[in-house]
Design a protein around this ligand. Structure first.
Ligand code: SAM
Length: 324
């Protein structure tokens, strides 16, 4: 395998009539003067498309998130990467975009690939796409594997409307606020997660969406040990205690059905309204007013996921009592 790593870009001297093209006579796989994004397999090399293979073989320039992984993929596919290879990752994508696009303007076919799946989906690529659009440089995509759609399709949850949420915030406070802000989201939600944060993430899903919300934990997609666990949040947590999940994973969570949308939470309740609810709750459940306020407040997050101020709600209950 010829290695051709290079951090500096230079003009390509390849002929504009380079190789490529569909042997069946369909649209050609490779076009000169075009920037291509291409999806790479997320586990199973057999998912590489003929178009990806063709682009790897004949692009003048390949911008790869990790050049070693690019060559590893090319080896597994039995492909020789003939173009110049440059590293293109989160830390350099802003300043690499223009030099790559200059070459495309000069007639090169440039290919952007990430380590796995679709570039731009929690991976590098967005900076160069935006810049190509700004500069009017032709940009297209050779689509293929991406963990979002694979997990969604296998989850068994509604696919007609969904939202991709990427990775949850690392910090507990931010994560729980974010999840609470999604409590009434009606669309199926897709989250990426890592092995070392999955336990905490599941506890937070439980707190934000309730134990009965349906979900799927999809791990090691397309690989030999692919596994999909489907059930309520409580059931998935229970299964994790028996058999801790390992490897790469995606969480797919059902949206709030109309029965799960809590009355009033789509609008912001006043402190007074929360105080009235808390007083009722304290009476019905025989708990202290401060505990009732804590419960009511937790059930009515503000649109940004933060909780209403308990002290203000408490002051409103005192005022309410005085008025009685
Ligand atoms: N660009 C990729 C895509 O299109 O799916 C995503 C890259 S992101 C840095 C990596 C995350 O994607 C992993 O932490 C995991 O959540 C998810 N992922 C990637 N491959 C996966 C697989 N084979 N099975 C389950 N999840 C996977």
């Amino acid at each position: 395998m010829m290695r051709n790593d290079d951090q500096t870009l230079s003009r390509t001297d390849k002929s504009p009539e380079g190789p490529g093209g569909d042997p069946e006579g369909g649209p050609s796989y490779v076009s000169r003067g075009t920037l291509f994004l291409a999806a790479t397999p997320i586990g199973n090399t057999g998912d590489a498309s003929a178009r990806l293979t063709s682009l790897l073989e004949s692009a003048d320039l390949v911008a790869a998130e990790d050049t070693r992984r690019l060559y590893d993929l090319a080896n597994r596919l039995g492909v020789r990467v003939s173009g110049r290879v440059v590293a293109y990752h989160d830390h350099n994508e802003d300043h690499m975009a223009d030099p790559i696009l200059d070459q495309v303007r000069d007639g090169a076919c440039a290919l952007v690939v990430s380590d796995a799946g679709m570039p731009t989906i929690n991976d590098p690529g967005m900076a160069i796409v935006r810049r190509a659009i700004e500069r009017g440089v032709p940009v297209t995509c050779a689509p293929g594997p991406s963990a979002v759609l694979d997990a969604l399709a296998l989850s068994g949850l509604p696919t007609d409307r969904f939202c991709y949420e990427g990775f949850l915030p690392r910090r507990h406070g931010e994560r729980i606020r974010h999840l609470r802000s999604l409590r009434n989201e009606p669309r199926t939600m897709v989250f990426y997660e890592t092995t070392h944060r999955i336990d905490q993430a599941m506890q937070d899903l439980d707190e934000a969406f309730g134990a009965d919300r349906l979900m799927a934990l999809c791990r090691e997609l397309t690989k030999d040990h692919e596994q999909i666990r489907r059930g309520t949040i409580a059931q998935i947590i229970e299964s994790m205690a028996q058999d801790p999940p390992r490897g790469e994973m995606v969480l797919v969570v059902a949206g709030a059905g109309s029965d799960q949308v809590q009355a009033g939470t789509s609008e912001v309740l006043t402190d007074h309204a929360l105080a009235v609810m808390a007083r009722q709750r304290a009476e019905e459940e025989g708990v202290r007013i401060k505990d009732a306020i804590a419960r009511v407040v937790a059930e009515h997050p503000l649109p940004d996921g933060s909780l209403p101020n308990r002290k203000k709600v408490y002051a409103a209950t005192l005022e309410d009592r005085r008025e009685d």
